[in-house]
Design a protein around this ligand. Sequence first.
Ligand code: NAP
Ligand code: G4F
Length: 372
Amino acid sequence: MKAVIFGITGQDGSYLAELLLEKGYTVVGVTRRVSVDTTKRISHILPKIKIVEGDITDAFNVNKIIEDYKPDEIYNLAAQSHVGTSFSQPSLTTDITYCGVINILEAIRYSPRKEDIKFYQASSSEMFGKNYTEVIEPIFGKSHHKYQDEDTPFVPQSPYAVAKLAAHNMVRIYRDSYEIFACSGILFNHESERRGENFVTRKITKWVGEFVAWMMYYNVGPEDLVAVDEDEVYIPGRTHVDQGFQFPKLRLGNLDARRDWGHAKDYVHAMWLMVKQQSPDDYVVATGEAHSVREFLDEAFKAVGISDWKNYVVIDPEFYRAAEVDYLLGLPQKAKTLLGWTPKISFKQLAENMVNHDVKEAKLRRPRLQEV
Ligand code: NAP
Ligand code: G4F
């Protein structure tokens, strides 16, 4: 089997490529020409995959890649995937996240191998926006009163969500109109040690890692620090302006937003299962649990033995969204029943894995003072 992955350098692309290699696939990954190396997440598998230069916004290029490499499966994970950024760059977000998908669908539609190609599109729980389904009675053995599933209407709240929803609808239209095997995974938030550093979970765990390494470097603990300053934590006895003796606090936006957070490794498995079905369909992929950003902070700080993080976090309006999605909790019942998919990594484990990874990396960058 041969798969082409658009977006192989991203978080999900890297895990999906690993999974497909394990399953014996030939993997072709499409990467953009940029001035810096973007292959860090896939550096360990580079010798085993074929990298081809391409950009999803270039229709001719997309068509040529599909014609040249003759894939059995195409996974589109490429997107401008940051919701906050989509408010400042709505046009670019539309070009990549929506129009790019049309380029792939058109290439499949006119391919002489149309019947032999299976296509996966990365749709998103962001498409639900502020909407949810509400029930009075507990369902599926849990007291879920507010949730989103395949029947919940979409009410997108950001340029990103509008682009994803347009692409989602286009996938359905091409599936129904041209008999293309095209499926969409409506994936809820999934994170990992490879998550982009400006998404909230990784921003938190990266900060925790740097903070722990900084304390170890100066051989101090949380009890030795002063945090009265608005912007920084510092080591008393040193003057505040001394180089290195202060550490910038973690600046975040809305801590009350709730997300259904799983691990990316579990979620790429669901993508593959969708493509392996007899007929194409759309599936919600989620854990069925929602937690606030505040709760993620609790778990991340607990993982390094800090029970109260309030002195270290500053609320900064810069990180508020023009329009927020307050509550996402997915019911993955269809994926469980029809795909046999269940997530394995819990919320607590996810936070711990990410923190442990980021502490380890930060310590390597900043060894103890006495070890230098
Ligand atoms: P990510 O880490 O931001 O990766 C995005 C990938 O898209 C990167 O490889 C990026 O390449 C590539 N890309 C961006 N613009 C491109 C273009 N014009 N042409 C070709 N490639 C381009 O995102 P992710 O977290 O892995 O998510 C994968 C997909 O799932 C995305 O479509 C995202 O919107 C969607 N999704 C994610 C989540 C989640 O919680 N992670 C949930 C639902 C849906 P560079 O390395 O060159 O930037
Ligand atoms: O981590 P986030 O940026 O993820 P968001 O907006 O939920 O989007 C992610 O998940 C979607 C699936 O639902 C994907 F489609 C999308 O591609 C992306 O992967 O923000 C999560 C929450 C938001 O409510 C945000 O307002 O955290 C809140 N938040 C609070 N402070 C922050 C921050 N988000 C970011 N990025 N940075 C902050 O400082």
